[in-house]
Design a protein around this ligand. Structure first.
Ligand code: PGA
Length: 256
């Protein structure tokens, strides 16, 4: 499988002009890259203005969202559905050309109090809307220091996935992202030999599911997660906004 590189722009950049510039640079760069799929996850407000296919086809460039709500609200009023102020449904995203959605990012768990139960419902609705959910899993620093990583991941997986029927839809679309909470946005990445142990543990339950690594990936360490640890791809935060560093990662991976 070719590596899946997911760029999580988080709440950046501040203007649509900057978002378009960044997106168009990526599009240009990706044209020469064949052996990976790149997913850009911009803030909701920019999605409808960023089109991977204008100005020539770039089949390996896709759009993703950073979140989606758990109610599809396909029926519209007056059923009472759609009464969720400020939320965006997966179907709305699909209708804008989005293919992927990040669900359960640790920043949402932390600042917005997203629970495993909420995340589970979001995964279920995203699958129904034909989106590929990227489910984020990971332990905190305290949990890691206490040697609880595997236990935490197992519990997250159990609580999130057990309410979802083990359908073909789930098996062929779910993507996992191992993102140690302590590694996100800190520069304190998890060494590839340690992530490999976690990956092998996850592989006991998920033989074929793509599993990504995320957390302070940079142009120096990126290749090691794919080549040495064996991950299916990367979830990039900060570095995806630094276009030169981001391109370095793409170039290095293109040589793998
Ligand atoms: P980071 O973020 O690469 O800035 O650590 C990763 C993420 O939030 O998914």
């Amino acid at each position: 499988m070719r590596p899946l590189i997911v760029a999580n722009w988080k709440m950046n950049p501040l203007t649509l002009a900057e978002a378009k510039k960044l997106f168009n640079s990526v599009k240009k760069e990706i044209k020469n890259v064949k052996n990976m799929e790149v997913v850009i996850c911009p803030p909701f407000s920019y999605i409808s203005n960023l089109n991977p296919s204008t100005g020539g086809q770039t089949p390996n460039l896709k759009l993703g969202a950073q979140n989606a709500f758990w109610d599809p609200s396909d029926n519209g009023p007056p059923t009472g559905q759609g009464a969720y102020t400020g939320e965006i449904s997966p179907t709305m995203l699909k209708n804008l050309g989005v293919d992927y959605v990040i669900i359960g990012h640790s920043e949402r768990r932390r600042y917005l109090k997203e629970t495993n139960e909420m995340i589970s419902k979001k995964i279920k609705t995203a699958l129904k809307a034909k989106l590929k959910p990227i489910l984020c899993l990971g332990e905190t620093e305290k949990e890691m220091k206490r040697g609880k990583t595997k236990e935490v991941l197992e519990n997250q997986l159990k609580e999130i996935l057990s309410p979802i029927p083990n359908s073909k839809l789930l098996i062929s679309n779910l993507i996992l992202a191992y993102e140690p909470v302590w590694a996100i946005g800190t520069g304190n990445f998890c060494r590839s030999e340690n992530t490999k142990k976690v990956l092998l543990f996850l592989r006991k339950f998920f033989k074929k599911t793509p599993i990504l690594y995320g957390g302070s990936v940079n142009s120096q360490n990126a290749v090691s997660y794919i080549r040495e640890a064996g991950f299916s791809g990367l979830l990039l935060g900060g570095v995806s906004l630094d276009i030169q560093e981001f391109f370095k990662i793409i170039k290095n991976l293109n040589r793998v």
